[in-house]
Every structure is written in structure tokens, then in C-alpha cells.
Design a protein around this ligand. Structure first.
Ligand code: GLG
Length: 835
């Protein structure tokens, strides 16, 4: 309050505040000012990187002004806020997004041209903010965009990793990992050195009685690390709302032990402590859909949860409300189980620090939290060893045991004598060592648990969380099918298509109400429109062909059918199925006569994606793809009929080029394994067709766009268990066409076959867990249909247009509103009547 300027002095403030540019001339003034003063450069040494920085700084000024106003507005109206806790935010680049959302891209383009730069060159200087692994992290980023666009009072909370997801280089066909130090020249973050929280670790719990004789607990720390806030402004599309993403960075806690050591002459170890503290936020764990119980990861999780909750509680306490009102003011969404400790931490704050009774505190906790599950894969479900947690977070482990005790008592009452049920639902797994099941805490401590696509939400209710449905009834469980932000994934990635749609629909309203796309169906037969549509796709394919040339050196024929699979490399996503299919195609081509080859549709099979550094099988898949590429691409007999491309270092900004350029994309996970998938939506929204299994959101995409507009194949989720069982007990029959592919590999056609032993034996000998062989035949047959239908370009175009027209459902805005209504119970802020 003391920092607030007294009313009589505010005049001067008001006169000078809000110096935001609105015209080209003003943009140029701001740009030059930043180049000359902030960056200390001049017109004699302004390169493209400097031009990027100058532009970014000019836009950053605008954002931060709106950011300030938004925060004031939210504090003033004092409505319920949403806090989205995610260990990953896969943001990609910010400048283009900021220019489009603010609505000043044309101004910047013209201004930059006056000053000697092409806007595209400036944009492409930016380093991706890659604080995530894949879909889960990108979903969080899409949430931020939609929450701001829809004017929800919402914050993201995450970690400010010094190193994001590694950069992938392909060397001799193998993946190499290069650290991604991304913070140099990052104008988008505001360090808040005044906003810090001390976070405890280790130590012990002291039990004592207060004046009234009540038994209390105090956690006496063994070690303290400081969390420092870094804020990233999140502009909504064409709205005044600019929300905040707060990322925590770790550093050694203020003074104490450093100075003691320093004074004792132990300078080196004082610095070492500093480094140990900084390690917590140093690096993003590079695993997608896999958890490995490393202590540092648990430290990251607690550090981030504790800092975020401290911040949230501090903000709530400023309102002087009763604790019982906490869930009316605060909704916290847990993105997967990574932030589950927030549940325990809030309970700890309420009972140990604020002195509430257990039951009252627990009611508040449940009212506050919602939990989103993103996977049913057992290897991805988080468990932490009890001894590890005992050591790192002794008080939290006690609270977890108490939560479990009360929970199991209530289960015992409703299901007397069902000891199997008790051991199944217990938070503690009775293994050696005992393990804490994080998903169980997340379910027990939340009022809503949601899956991310219909099939996935059904599966969690009938398989991994079945018992909890019996215990709580079906109401605690719900589905919110994922979506994507059309601002980045249509307007920004595919400006020409966005403009064409706007021309037909009479404006850009579809970007904030994607269901308006359905009006496009009226133009399916409009000849000129179809031509323009086709022309845009062709240009996008040219753009991708240039990227391919840049990163691989290969020239591809842009008239070929572009067949794309880009996503994390994982056995369940089945890039192996795809590359085996490519080999099958190669063999078929080789067996053809020149006459037969003339009828073949030329194809480019494009792959991209990172393998977790320790995931051997995934790395073998990458090596196989590159080995096949090396042989096929230089086979003159085949020429343009087949090219195999691996685009290294797939990331958000490459996705923006790749998604608009596909003819067909592959979403071919074993049925029942991909929770949703979101790139499937990006490809269809950009006019590509997809080949896919009946899995995740593919199913709902089919429902929306119609089954004549998608190429579905393969076994259904309900049959997977039986098939796996049969592989083991009924004898395993390798598909004959796949057998031929394996023989070719074993003959050494693609280099030393021993490199591919484990890939093949996992199918031939070890049960083919992902059903590659079972689905191979229908996969090949479906690709033949793709070839055939692609030859009828007019039909193909109609499918493309119709599909886009029916994609309205997959807007992240719909998703955000569903969470707001059914989980958070928050309203958007009404900003209409403001000047
Ligand atoms: C998960 C799932 C994806 C899902 C995404 C977002 O594997 O299927 O689309 O979250 O919910 N780890 C992920 O990317």
C-alpha cells in the first residue's frame, strides 16, 4: 500500500503512462529507440537478430502495459481466478503471435520494410521457448492463449528451465542430443527479483502442543532454496486481456550458509551450494509418457508447487476472506499428476501454518483442485518411493499417510471386508520399497478428474480408475476433449488459408468462434474457391520442400503426395509401422515394370520427432528411418516415386510449417494408447486428410467430419487385450507381407541388420505388444486407397474443404469454456464497458 502514489501526484503519472504505438511511424520510433538505447546499436550494425529484438521490445512494451492493466482489473473485480499448474509449457515463438494478437502485424511489416528488413526474417530469428516434451506441454500453451482470448482471470505456473527440450541432431543416421540453452536474447520474460519464496527440503518434523493443548506439527528444514518469479505476458487475441505465466527459477537462499562457509575460507563449497540450488530449475526432463523416479525431478515438483501455492495463498489472504471461501476464489488445475504435491502442500499450509482443523482444510482442498489425466500407459503413471519422500519431504509423507488413512476408512465403511479393493485403491503400493501412487492422491484430493478425449475418458473409468468410480460415483469423472488454438494453428501457421476463409466468411470472426467454419461448406463446389484452396496447399508444400532442402539436403518433388508423421518417437505411436510400410512400398515399386510405375502416385514419406535420450527402441526407429532414406533416396530406378525424409529437431516452429503442408498425416497409435493426440486436429484444420486408428481424438474427428473424409484402419481398442493374450497363448502368426519386410532388413538391404534386431524381435519373438503385425495388412490396404483417392484431385479437394468446415468443435476456446463451466466454476471478466 505504501508503494501506491498519493492521489494529488497521480496527474503526472496519468499524463505519461500508456505510451503505446498505434501507427507505423510510432512503431518505427519505438523500434529505433530500442535499437539505439536498449540494445546500444545503430543503423551501422543492426543485423536481423537485432531487428528481431527491436521489434520484440516494441511489442513487449505494449504487452506489459496491457498486462499491468489486466492485473489491476483482476485485482479490482476480485473474481474467482484459475491457476493452471503445468510442469511443461511448449510455447514456441512469441513475436508473430504477439503481433497477430495485438493486431499490429501489418504495421510492423511496413515499418520494418521502411527500415530495411523483411518481417519474416526477423520472426525467424527467435529461438523457440521449448519448455515441454510434446502434446501435454503444447496443450498448456494453447490453454494460455484461449484463457487470455476469452478474458478469463487466469495464471499459468511453471518452471523456468535454463535448458528446454534438447535440440536433436542426426549424425550418421543416429539421434544426438544438444543442450537447448534458450535464455540469451529472450525479451519476453520479466524477472521479479522482489517476488521470492523460500522453499524447504529434507529436515524433520517436530511435534508440539500449542497453548490450548492441541497437537501441532512443525517442519524444520534441513535445506532452503529460493524461488524467484519470472513473468511472461500472455496476450489474448484482439482483447485487452494480457494474462500472466509465472515461471519459477531456483537459486541459493539468501546468504546464511554461503556466508558462513565463505567466512570460514571455504569459498569453493559456498559456490557449489549455489550451483546445487540452481540445479533444481536447470533442465526439463526429456521423457514423454514415461516417468523415472529421480530425486531431482521430485525436488522440481515440490519446489514449483510450493512456490506457486505460496503465491496463490498470499494473493487470497490480501482479500481478507474466510478460509472457507478459498474454493470460491481459487481454482487450481493439475496438468497430469506432476503437480499433485500441491494438494498435500495446501493441506499442510491450512493445518500446520493456518491452524485449521483437518476436515475443514480437506474440504477446501477438494473444492479447489481439478486433475487432468493424459495417459493410461502404466509406465507413465507417477510413483515415488516412500523412503525418498520420507527423506525429502517428511511432513508431506505424514500428511499423505493421514489422507490415505481417512480415505481407506471411508472405503472400508462402504465396502466392508473387501481387502483387495483397499489395497488396489490405497495411495501406498505395498511393494519393496513402498511407493506413493500420485494419481490416487490426485483423484482423492480433487473434485473433478477429466480425461482428454471420449475414448480415453471411458477407458480411465473402466480400467485404471475403475475402483474410484465405484467409490465416488461417476460424477467425479468427466471428459473434456482436447482442442487447439486456431490463432496459432491456422491464422499464424497458414496465413493464406486464413485470409481465404476470411474472404469467404466476411471477416475473421471464425478465429474466435471456430464453429463459423461450417459456412465454408456452401463453397465446396465453388470453382474459383477450390482453385485458390488447392493453390494455397501447393504453396505450403513448396515452403516445406524448401525446409526439407535446408535441413536434409534432399530435393523433393512438391507434386508428390506428402505423407507426414511428426510427433515424439514412441513404440505406442508406431513410427515402426510407418517405416515398415515404407519398406513394403519400396519393395512393391522395385517389383514393378516401368509401365506399371508410370501409374504410381509419387510419395514423400516425412518423419520428425525426438526420442527420449534413454529410450533405446525409439532411437533404433530413428536409425531405421534414416537408413531406409539413405538407400531409397539414391535409388535412381525409383526416383521421385518414393522419397523418405527425416526432419531433424521437430519443434513448434517447424510444426507451423509442416502442418499446413501435408496431404495426409499419420496418427496410427495402437488403439487405446493415445489419450487424445492434438496434431491430428492441426493437420485437418489446415486441409490435410488423415490416416489413423480408432484411437484418441481420431474418433471424434471422424464423428465431426464424417467417415468418408478420413482413412481409418486397424483393430479396435476393445480387441487389443484379446489379441495380446492370443500372441502369448495361441501362437503368434507374423503377417506375411511384414515377414517379407523383415527378410529384406535381415538381408542387409538397409545396412548392418543387427542394428534392427531388437525392433524386429519385439514383434517376432516378444509378443508384438503394439500389434504392428495385426494391423499391418489393413494399414497397407488403406494406404493403397489413399493413393487411389489422391489421383482424383477434385474429390480430394472436396474432402479437404468439407473437413476444415467441420472442425469447429476442436477449438481450444470450446475446451476452455468447458473447463470453466464444469470444473472451475469461473466466469470471464467483463471488459466490454471499459474505455
Ligand atoms: C499426452 C498424450 C496425448 C495428449 C496430450 C494432451 O499422450 O495423447 O494429446 O497429452 O492431452 N503426453 C502427452 O502428450
Amino acid at each position: 500500500v505504501e508503494a501506491s502514489i498519493p492521489e494529488p501526484l497521480r496527474e503526472a503519472w496519468r499524463k505519461h503512462s500508456a505510451a503505446e504505438f498505434t501507427s507505423k511511424d510510432e512503431f518505427e520510433r519505438e523500434f529505433v529507440r530500442h535499437i539505439e538505447t536498449t540494445l546500444a546499436r545503430s543503423l551501422y550494425n543492426c543485423d536481423e537478430l537485432a531487428a528481431y529484438s527491436g521489434t520484440a521490445l516494441a511489442f513487449r512494451d505494449r504487452l506489459i502495459i496491457e498486462w499491468n492493466r489486466t492485473q489491476q482489473r483482476q485485482t479490482f473485480t476480485d473474481q474467482k481466478r484459475v491457476y493452471y499448474l503445468s510442469l511443461e509449457f511448449l510455447m514456441g515463438r512469441a513475436l508473430d503471435n504477439a503481433m497477430l494478437n495485438v493486431g499490429m502485424k501489418d504495421v510492423a511489416r511496413d515499418g520494418l520494410a521502411d527500415l530495411g528488413f523483411r518481417i519474416e526474417d526477423a520472426i525467424s530469428q527467435e529461438h523457440d521457448a521449448a519448455l515441454g516434451n510434446g502434446g501435454l506441454g503444447r496443450l498448456a500453451a494453447c490453454f494460455l492463449d484461449s484463457m487470455a482470448t476469452l478474458n478469463y482471470p487466469a495464471w499459468g505456473y511453471g518452471l523456468r528451465y535454463r535448458y528446454g527440450i534438447f535440440k536433436q541432431e542426426i549424425v550418421n543416421g543416429y539421434q544426438m542430443e544438444i543442450p537447448d540453452y534458450w535464455l540469451d536474447n529472450n525479451p519476453w520474460e520479466f524477472p521479479r527479483h522482489d517476488i521470492t519464496v523460500d522453499i524447504q527440503f529434507y529436515g524433520h518434523v517436530r511435534k508440539y502442543q500449542d497453548e490450548d493443548g492441541k497437537v501441532c506439527h512443525s517442519w524444520e528444514a534441513g535445506e532452503t532454496v529460493q524461488a524467484v518469479a519470472y513473468d511472461v505476458p500472455i496476450p489474448g487475441y484482439r482483447t485487452k486481456t494480457t494474462n500472466n505465466l509465472r515461471l519459477w527459477s531456483s537459486k541459493a537462499s539468501s546468504g546464511e550458509f554461503d556466508f558462513q562457509k565463505f567466512n570460514a575460507g571455504d569459498y569453493e563449497s559456498a559456490v557449489a551450494d549455489q550451483q546445487t540450488a540452481e540445479t533444481i530449475s536447470a533442465v526439463l526432463y526429456p521423457n514423454d509418457n514415461l516417468e523415472r523416479g529421480k530425486e531431482l525431478r521430485l525436488k522440481q515438483q515440490y519446489f514449483w508447487c510450493a512456490a506457486s501455492l505460496y503465491d496463490i495463498v498470499r494473493r487470497f489472504k490480501k482479500t481478507n476472506r474466510a478460509w472457507s471461501e478459498f474454493p470460491d476464489q481459487v481454482a487450481i488445475q493439475l496438468n497430469d499428476t506432476h503437480p499433485t504435491l500441491a494438494i498435500v502442500e495446501l493441506q499442510r499450509i491450512l493445518i500446520d501454518v493456518e491452524g485449521l482443523e483437518w476436515d475443514e482444510a480437506w474440504r477446501i482442498v477438494i473444492g479447489t483442485f481439478g486433475y487432468t489425466n493424459h495417459t493410461v500407459l502404466p509406465e507413465a503413471l507417477e510413483k515415488w518411493s516412500v523412503p525418498l519422500m520420507q527423506n525429502l519431504l517428511p511432513r508431506h509423507l505424514q500428511i499423505i499417510y493421514d489422507i490415505n488413512l481417512f480415505f481407506l476408512q471411508s472405503v472400508e465403511k462402504r465396502f466392508p471386508n473387501d481387502r483387495d479393493m483397499l489395497s488396489r485403491v490405497s495411495i501406498i503400493e505395498e511393494s519393496h520399497p513402498k511407493m506413493v501412487r500420485m494419481a490416487h492422491i490426485a483423484i482423492i484430493g480433487s473434485h473433478k478428474v477429466n480425461g482428454v478425449a471420449e475414448l480415453h475418458s471411458d477407458l480411465i473409468k473402466t480400467t485404471i480408475f475403475k475402483d474410484f468410480v465405484e467409490i465416488y460415483g461417476p460424477d467425479r469423472f468427466t471428459n473434456v476433449t482436447n482442442g487447439i488454438t486456431p490463432r496459432r494453428w491456422l491464422h499464424q501457421a497458414n496465413p493464406a488459408l486464413s485470409a481465404l476463409i476470411a474472404e469467404k466468411l466476411g471477416g475473421y470472426e471464425f478465429l474466435t468462434d471456430l464453429t463459423l467454419l461450417d459456412k465454408l461448406e456452401a463453397f465446396v463446389d465453388d470453382k474459383k474457391f477450390r482453385q485458390e484452396w488447392a493453390h494455397i496447399k501447393a504453396n505450403n508444400k513448396l515452403r516445406l520442400a524448401r525446409l526439407i532442402k535446408d535441413v536434409t539436403g534432399y530435393s523433393v518433388n512438391p507434386n508428390s503426395l506428402f505423407d507426414v508423421q511428426v510427433k515424439r518417437i514412441h513404440e505406442y505411436k508406431r513410427q515402426q509401422l510407418n517405416i515398415f510400410g515404407v519398406i513394403h512400398r519400396y519393395l512393391s515399386l522395385k517389383a514393378m515394370t516401368p509401365e506399371e510405375r508410370k501409374k504410381v502416385v509419387p510419395r514423400v514419406s516425412i518423419f520428425g520427432g525426438k526420442a527420449a535420450p534413454g529410450y533405446w527402441m525409439a532411437k533404433s526407429i530413428i536409425y531405421l528411418i534414416n537408413s531406409v532414406a539413405a538407400v531409397v533416396n539414391k535409388d535412381d530406378e525409383i526416383g521421385d516415386l518414393l522419397k523418405v525424409i527425416f526432419i531433424e529437431d521437430y519443434n513448434v516452429s517447424k510444426a507451423e510449417i509442416i502442418c499446413p503442408a501435408s496431404d495426409i498425416s499419420e496418427h496410427i497409435s495402437t488403439a487405446g494408447t493415445e489419450a487424445s493426440g492434438t496434431s491430428n486436429m492441426k493437420f485437418v484444420l489446415n486441409g490435410g486428410l488423415i490416416i489413423g486408428t480408432c484411437d484418441g481424438a481420431n474418433i471424434e474427428i471422424t464423428r465431426e467430419i464424417g467417415e468418408q473424409n478420413i482413412f481409418l484402419f486397424g483393430n479396435l481398442a476393445e480387441d487389443v487385450e484379446d489379441l495380446r493374450h492370443r500372441h502369448f497363448y495361441g501362437g503368434f502368426q507374423l503377417d506375411p507381407q511384414l515377414k517379407r519386410v523383415f527378410e529384406t532388413i535381415k538381408e542387409g538391404t538397409f545396412g548392418d541388420p543387427s542394428s534392427f534386431n531388437s525392433l524386429i524381435s519385439s514383434i517376432e519373438e516378444h509378443g508384438d505388444y503394439y500389434l504392428v503385425s495385426d494391423d499391418f495388412n489393413s494399414y497397407i490396404a488403406t494406404h493403397e486407397m489413399v493413393d487411389k483417392e489422391f489421383q482424383n484431385q477434385e474429390e480430394w479437394l472436396a474432402k479437404s474443404i468439407t473437413s476444415v468446415a467441420r472442425m469447429g468443435f476442436f477449438s481450444m476456446d470450446r475446451v476452455t469454456n468447458e473447463y470453466a463451466d464444469s470444473i472451475w466454476n469461473v466466469e470471464p471478466l467483463d471488459i466490454a464497458d471499459e474505455a
